[in-house]
Design a protein. Structure first.
Length: 196
């Protein structure tokens, strides 16, 4: 009995939890906070609370706010590049009309299940306007899109797709009355029409 009391009285050594995915989780939470609060709402403290990690852990993996922004941008860019490559594989035999239909669906997704990802991408692209070190990562989605669209549509039309989709999605997300799918499809169909 005396031994048990002695053991209970001894201070417990806090075991450090092995967490190999901590850096990735912090970057994911950075994206979530950017989507919810914008870049202004991105702080180490907010990330630590949301990710359930210590404040020192966030600063260990990301020394400053700029490193968090860069990690979020690179994560979003890599995810988009993976998505667009898979999309191109699924539409390898599609006609320009079918591609226009699929792109119209992507624009409309910005108003629903794809809104969070789109907001993060646009917030971070705006950040790259003033931060030259972010521009390489910021350009990755457009480069990936052109790369996979060129075999499907040719180089000129493929180069048209990224700025067109950016404009259509931003317009859809910010307009007082979002465009209908039919309106979006009409623009895309016209843009993808082969030259006479």
């Amino acid at each position: 009995m005396h031994a048990e009391t002695h053991e209970e009285a001894a201070p417990r050594r806090r075991t450090r939890r092995h967490d190999p995915n901590r850096r990735e989780r912090i970057a994911q939470v950075a994206e979530e906070l950017i989507a919810e609060r914008g870049l202004e709402g991105l702080t180490h403290r907010a990330i630590a609370e949301r990710a359930d990690v210590s404040l020192s852990s966030t600063t260990y993996h990301f020394a400053d706010r700029e490193a968090l922004v860069r990690a979020a941008l690179e994560r979003a860019a890599d995810r988009f590049a993976g998505f667009v490559r898979q999309w191109a594989e699924e539409h390898a035999d599609a006609t320009p009309e079918q591609i226009a239909e699929a792109l119209a669906d992507s624009v409309m997704a910005c108003l629903g299940e794809g809104r969070t990802s789109a907001v993060v991408e646009y917030e971070l692209h705006v950040a790259a306007l003033r931060r030259p070190d972010l521009r390489e990562a910021a350009s990755l989605p457009a480069r990936a899109s052109i790369e996979v669209m060129t075999p499907l549509l040719g180089p000129v039309v493929a180069a048209t797709i990224p700025p067109l989709m950016t404009g259509l999605c931003l317009h859809a997300m910010t307009a007082p009355t979002p465009p209908t799918r039919a309106e979006v499809l009409a623009v895309l169909t016209h843009a993808l029409r082969p030259p006479h």
